[in-house]
Structure formats: C-alpha cells, structure tokens
Design a protein around this ligand. Structure first.
Ligand code: AMP
Ligand code: ZN
Length: 471
C-alpha cells in the first residue's frame, strides 16, 4: 500500500518512502507535564495515532518515540517567561518531580481512554540530560554556540538553512522581525541550549555541566532524545502547527548542525482545535479536559470519533452540538455492529467477497491519501449501508477498517441493562410458547416485551435480549 503524506518541509504532497524498507522511525513531540492535557492537545495525539496506525496498516513497523517534557519548557516558546514545571510546582507547593509524575500518569490515562496506542518509547527529558549535554558539546566544538549572560546560545546566523521549514525570511529575521526580548542574544532568532545561573537563580531542577550548574533549553531535548532512539536521520517528525516556526525550526538547526546530515525527511503537522473560533489553550483559560467530557456523560471514543470527522490539516471547531452529533453517529455504528455480531461471525479479511474488497479499497484510498479520516469514515458508512453485502462480509471489512480508526468496534455490544424478574419471566414464557409451537402466543409476548423496550432476537445460541436505555 502506498502512503501519501503532506510534508511541511517543501509544502507538498509526497509518496512516503522510509529510509529502511519496512521500518519507520517516528518522533512525536509529547506533553509538557505541568497540567492536564486539554482536548486540543489530545486532538494532536489522535492525529498522530491515526498516522502510526495507518503506517502499520500499510505494513510498516513503526518505531514510535515520544518525549515527556519535564524541564526546560518556558511559558514562552522563545526563551521568555518561567519554566512551566517550576511555575506549577511553586503554585501548588509540590516538587517538580511530583508534578511531572502526576501529570505523566494523567496523560497516559487520557491517551489509553482514547484508544491511542502508546509510543514504543516515552522518554522523559530529565532522564536524558547527559545526551543533551553531549549534543551541546558537539555544537560547541563545531562553532555553532556562544555564551552570553551565563547561558549557552545557538547562533542561528551560522546555520545557513535556518528557518527553511517555516519559510522564515532570513533578512527579516536579522532585522529583528521576531521579537527579541533577550538582550544576550546576538540574533533575535538565537535560542538557549543551556541555562546557567542567569535569569532563574532559584530554579529547583539543576544539573552540573561544562558551562556551570543549570538546565537545558526546551528544543534541545527533542533533538538529543530522537537521535538517541532513532538515529541521526529518521523518517517522520510530528507535532501541532504551532511548533513550526520556533520549536521545530530550532530542533532542525541544532540537529543538522551537530550531525552534518539531513535529520528528518517528513514533517507532518496537525492543525488546531478551536474553541469558539479561538485556539484552545491553557493560557487563554478556555480549555476542556477529557475528564470534563466524561463527567458530562460522553465516552472518550465520542471525542475520538469527533476528531476523525475533521481532516488533520484543517482547523476543527469544538462545540457540544458537534460532539453530540459524533456521539449519535458512533452509537449508531456500535449498535448496528453489535446487532450484526449476533447474526454472524466476521469473514476473515483474506476471504472477503469482491464487493467487500472494493469497498475496503475505497476506504484505503481515502485513508492512504494524506490520512483523510473524514473520507475513510464516509466509506465505512457506505459499506455499512450497502444493500448487497452480507453481514459476515460487512463485519470482516469493518473490523479491518477499525484497525486504523481505533473505535474498538470489535468490542461493540448492544447497551444492555439487566432484565427485571418480571421481564425475565416474560422472556421465559415466550421461550416456552415457542417450544410448544404456540407461535401466536410467542408473537404476542414479543410484542409485549417490545412495548417495554426489550428487543428479542432468536439466534442459534438462544434468545438474545436487548433492553434499550435512555442516553
Ligand atoms: P504541549 O503539552 O503544550 O507541549 O502541547 C502538546 C501538543 O499539543 C503539541 O504538539 C502542540 O502543538 C499541540 N497543541 C497545543 N494546542 C493545541 C490545540 N488547540 N489544538 C491542537 N493541538 C494543540
Ligand atoms: Zn519537540
């Protein structure tokens, strides 16, 4: 299967060709664990999960690495503000390590609930300080750094291709178009590799280094850890679009300056989730967590379905009406599949009928053309509603599709609520009537049960009852 992806580097659709034939190195910028992830952050992780699952579906082994930022990410991405971890620690009276551990667990709990496959390697920045120092030493030896005001800076004027990913204009950069708030910088775009006792003397997290006791800048962690786990050149790097102009631009500069090689071949970025036309952000105070949705009665997979309804490169506006629509559609799907499962087992994918294969192929075409999840979902519904296709074929194809969609459709069960004694007695009476071949009585009892919201199905395994629940 051929996967096409839109590469931010070059701004074009490209056929995906990994460095090694069947292996894919995938690095995704992970959470800064100073607070809960909001559903905007989670949209990005759902998109990255769709990418990983699609690559696996297409037959690749994916070595998926994600960092956990537990030091160095300041409240501003361009070295302004305070370390987010330290700020959270100060505000709550807990240690940065306690904060990190608590929110890392919360993050994994969220992604598990969204059926996002966990990365093969999740690496915490504080556990890789030695790798970061090693990288900075390499950059220093090659003349890409300078020390100013006690910090070690990356000199962007020494790296010719600086800003290529973000299409930054070098002339404008030199003239200071990007707001430079740090007088120690030679060029406005320069960034900190290592903070020593400069502006944050009370920083709790500090490590010894050749430049004095201090802590790493945020960007350096992703370069050092991705190269440790995926090598000096690998296939795909992902993140939200906000990372293009600063974080990813700086990651490229320091990685390629250190290795002298092209670092990443495909840069794939997810668009933002908006809340009332505004970016959802913790700083804007307009954010929702997954737990808030759960507390309001939604299933995390309703949110996953909602995310799949928008293409990852388009902005998606969140509101509860749209989430309700996603929930209704997902429940409809689950109920249909649950009913189908009572009728038949799925056809193994290799034995699907030509018609089922054709519909599955339509789904693949949607998906493999730059992860078009809305199109893929539409094809799934096309299959569900197909008049000519048998139940076993439908199930076989839909379970195959769900390897990528991750909606846990194979676990679909009709929502059932235990029958009361009186209801169970009626079901038994109907079974007796059937055994006595008293069809009129059996039908009468079925109608009576239906009236009470209980649907009856006679299967090879016996009577199946489904009691409708109010949702
Ligand atoms: P952070 O935890 O702030 O480092 O962000 C984690 C991920 O979420 C990054 O890839 C961001 O680009 C992404 N992100 C942040 N805000 C949003 C949003 N409103 N919608 C989608 N992704 C976002
Ligand atoms: Zn990163």
């Amino acid at each position: 299967m051929n996967v096409k992806l839109y590469n931010t580097l070059g701004r074009e659709m490209q056929d995906f060709k990994p460095i090694n034939e069947k292996e894919v190195g995938l690095y995704c910028c992970g959470p800064t664990v100073y607070n809960y992830a909001h559903i905007g952050n989670l949209r990005t992780y759902v998109f990255e999960d769709l990418l990983r699952r699609t690559l696996e579906y297409a037959g690749y082994n994916v070595n998926h690495v994600m960092n956990i930022t537990d030091v160095g990410h300041l409240t501003g991405d361009a070295d302004e503000g305070e370390d987010k971890m330290e700020k959270s620690a100060r505000e709550t009276g807990r240690s940065p390590a306690e904060i990190a551990s608590f929110y890392t667990d919360a993050f994994f709990n969220d992604i598990d609930r969204l059926n996002i496959v966990r990365p093969k390697t999740a690496c915490a920045a504080t556990k890789h300080i030695g790798n970061m120092i090693g990288l900075i030493k390499k950059l220093e030896a090659k003349g890409f750094t300078y020390i100013s005001g006690g910090n070690v800076y990356f000199d962007t004027s020494k790296f010719d291709r600086y800003g290529e990913l973000a299409l930054l204009d070098r002339q404008k950069l030199r003239a200071g178009a990007r707001i430079a708030v740090d007088d120690n910088k030679k060029n406005p775009a320069d960034f900190v590799l290592w903070f020593t006792n400069s502006k944050f003397e009370n920083h709790i997290m500090q490590w010894d280094s050749p430049w004095g006791s201090g802590y790493p800048g945020w960007h350096v962690e992703c370069s050092a850890m991705s190269m440790k786990y995926l090598g000096e050149s690998f296939d795909i790097h992902c993140g939200g679009i906000d990372h293009i102009p600063i974080h990813h631009t700086n990651e490229i500069a320091q990685s390629e300056a250190a290795s002298g090689k092209k670092w990443v071949n495909y840069w794939i970025h997810g668009e933002f989730l908006l809340m009332d036309k505004q970016k959802m952000a913790k700083s804007a105070g307009n954010f929702l967590t997954l737990q808030t949705l759960i507390d309001k009665g939604y299933d995390p997979l309703d949110y996953r379905y909602f995310c799949l309804g928008g293409h990852y490169r388009s902005q998606l506006v969140f509101n509860f009406e749209s989430l309700d629509a996603a929930r209704t559609a997902r429940m409809n799907l689950v109920e249909r599949i649950a009913a189908m499962k009572l009728e038949s087992d799925p056809t193994p994918v290799e034995n699907l009928s030509p018609r089922a294969k054709e519909l599955l192929e339509n789904f693949n075409n949607g998906l493999l053309g730059d992860l078009n999840a809305p199109k893929a979902l539409a094809e799934l519904w096309q299959l569900m509603k197909d008049k000519d296709l048998g139940v076993a074929d439908k199930l076989g194809a839909v379970f195959e599709m769900d390897r990528v969609l991750g909606l846990r459709l194979d676990e679909a069960e009709a929502p059932s609520v235990a029958l009361t004694d009186a209801e169970a007695a009626l079901v038994r009476a109907r079974e007796q009537a059937r055994a006595d071949k008293d069809w009129a009585r059996a039908d009468e009892l079925r109608a009576e049960l239906l009236e009470m919201g209980i649907e009856i199905k006679d299967t090879a395994k016996g009577t199946e009852c489904r009691k409708s629940v109010n949702r």
